[in-house]
Structures are given as C-alpha cells and as structure tokens.
Write a protein that binds this ligand. Sequence first.
Ligand SMILES: NC(=O)c1ccc[n+]([C@@H]2O[C@H](COP(=O)([O-])OP(=O)(O)OC[C@H]3O[C@@H](n4cnc5c(N)ncnc54)[C@H](OP(=O)(O)O)[C@@H]3O)[C@@H](O)[C@H]2O)c1
Length: 356
Amino acid sequence: MTTPSGRKWKVAVLGATGAVGQTFIRLLANHPWFELTEVAASERSSGKRYADCARWLEGAMPSMVGELQVKTCSPSDVNADIVFSALDSSVAGEIEKSFAEAGKFVLSNAKNFRMDTDVPLVIPEVNADHLALLDAQRSARGWKGAIITNANCAATVAAVALAPLHERFVLDKLFLTTMQAVSGAGYPGVASLDILGNVIPYIADEEPKLEREMLKLLGRYEDGEVISAAFKVSAHTNRVAVEHGHTICMTIGFDDKPTPEAAIEAMRTWEGLASTAGLPTRPKHPLVVTDAPDRPQPKRDVYAGDGMTVTVGRVRRDSVLDLRMVALGHNTVRGAAGGSVLNAELLAANGAFDSA
Ligand SMILES: NC(=O)c1ccc[n+]([C@@H]2O[C@H](COP(=O)([O-])OP(=O)(O)OC[C@H]3O[C@@H](n4cnc5c(N)ncnc54)[C@H](OP(=O)(O)O)[C@@H]3O)[C@@H](O)[C@H]2O)c1
C-alpha cells in the first residue's frame, strides 16, 4: 500500500526496550508508511547496541533494530518528527512534553496526558473525530508538536466491544471484571512466584483508569471538546497467569433493554468508522462475535486480526441487569503499540504529517 503522500516517514520509539516498545518494533519493522530509524530508552540502555541491552521477549528480533545504538529520550538526541512513546508513566510526562514542545508528534501509551481535556484519547474505529482536539491543544499549549494518546489496555478492549452497543442503545450501567495478562505489567513485571498458580485482585490505579478512560473514549466530540459518555461504570481488575490478552466479563444495564440477539446483531454489523478503512494496521473486523459457548479464550483468540481484533462471546441475558458478555483483546497490540500505530496512520491519512 502506498503512503498518502507517496513517501515513508521516519519514526522513533521511546521506551523501546520494554514490553510495549518491543511490540512497536515488531509492528514497525516492515511498515508500509513508517520507517523505524531510532530507538531510545533510559540511561541504563542509552549508548548501547539495542541487541545488547533489550531482553527480546518474542520471536526473532527484526534485524534492522539490533544494530541501532539506543539514544537518550531527549528531543535533542532524536531526529524523527514522529515518536511512539512506550515510556514508563513515572517519566513519560516530562519527556513527552519536551518532545511536543520541540515540534514532534508524540503517540503516547502512558497514562499521564490521557484525561487532559485538550488531548485526544483515540481508538480510530470508535472515535477518530476526537483528533479535532489537536487544534485546542496547539492553541492552549503553544506546542509546535502534539500529544495523541491511546487508552489503558483494558479500557480499549472494553470500548471496542461496547462501541456498537453505545451507538445503537442507551447504556445505563456497566460492571466489569477483568482478567489481565502478565505482559500488561511490562517487563520483568510481576515476579513469577507471585503470579504462577495465582490471581492477584489488585492492579495499581487500574480500576479508576479503566472507568474514566472508557467514558472519554465513548464520549462525543462537540464544539471543541469531548463530552464523556454518561453511564455508570464499576470495575474489578485482576492480574492472572496469562501471557497476553485481557479478558473482561461485563454485565450491562440499558434504558432500552435490547435482547441478546439485537446486541449481537449490532456488534456483528458494526464496522467502525469508515474513515479508517484502508489504514494498514486496521483489521478487517475490529470486533467479532463468537457463538462458541467456551470462547473467547486468550490462548485461542488473542491473535485474531493479528492482535487488533477484539473478540466477544457468551452474549446472554442477565437477571440483575440486562445483558452479560465476555470480551478479549491483545493488550500490547490492540491495547498499546498496535493502537498507537493505527492512530499514527490515521493522522498520516488526514495529512497531519505532511510537514513532518
Ligand atoms: N504492557 C501493556 O500491555 C501496556 C498497555 C497499555 C499501555 N501501557 C503503558 O505503556 C508504557 C510502557 O509499558 P511497558 O509494559 O512496555 O513497560 P516496561 O516493559 O517496564 O518498559 C518501560 C520502558 O520505559 C523505559 N524507561 C524507564 N525509565 C526510564 C527513564 N528514566 N528514561 C527513559 N526511559 C525510561 C525503559 O527503558 P530501560 O529498559 O532502559 O529501563 C523501557 O524501555 C507504560 O506507560 C504503560 O503503562 C502498557
């Protein structure tokens, strides 16, 4: 597929040595629109060959990255105008701001800016129009560059599953219980003796993030701002001994009480916003509904759509609220690096990088 402007944009990854950083590298290695030319990480890694300091987690390391010298996460050290950030949130705030001030587009996975009113929190198929917040961001902050965020990994999976129901029906209440993979905690993440054969019913700051981000994701852009969705949300989040894939059990109450069949039909016919069709990382089906009684399962469904498709199953009546269902999505792909790359493709297709 040719790029919108007939050229490839040079890009960098900040936090390139971590779990999400490595997923970025895999997704960018042969990307039709972007060329990964720089990687950056902490002072522990900078100055070293990437292959010597990154503990590569999955498959073969793309050959183009192993020889790159890891840079510092400073805008004066990184040349690319488009940077993907997989930085730990303890440092992402200051670093991402310094890149935006220096005129760079920052596609961020960190929580720091997600809820700022002038920062788009984007899942292209769900809310591509929220990118319009960038005008307000530029005028409020005086940045030459910009920050565009993608959401918490569990919030992303839930929002993709709920988007067609939110479009078609009136959601009132939502209870969610997550079973989140260990790769969601980064590398080295949770100690093996804490997680093997175990369930940890606490993930720091995860429940409030999931609750508030999902409402912003499903909010509507109007007159220069995003008005968050108004339904009530209550989340339980758990870490489980699964490598990749967050599974979410949802119980949903509606004002207009759709039947399971109507909900399934809404989800099966939903294709996501048409403006995202043809973007290289966009899956053919952002959401699929399975009829199998024992699916979705991380082991069998996490790589649907190359990790970009959310799979929903077990859609059924609920005797307390109205409906119950289970959703599953890949946390480091759809919920992190893949979502960010898709955001960048959307910006590129809209001409945002034409001067980069
Ligand atoms: N894992 C997921 O499923 C997921 C999903 C959605 C969002 N996120 C978010 O994505 C971000 C990355 O998560 P992760 O799971 O990849 O974490 P991770 O495996 O712990 O990686 C963190 C990265 O940040 C770098 N870093 C740490 N301190 C730094 C500093 N002082 N200066 C510059 N770089 C520094 C590390 O570099 P060194 O190797 O040099 O220390 C590493 O590359 C986090 O904000 C996380 O909340 C993660």
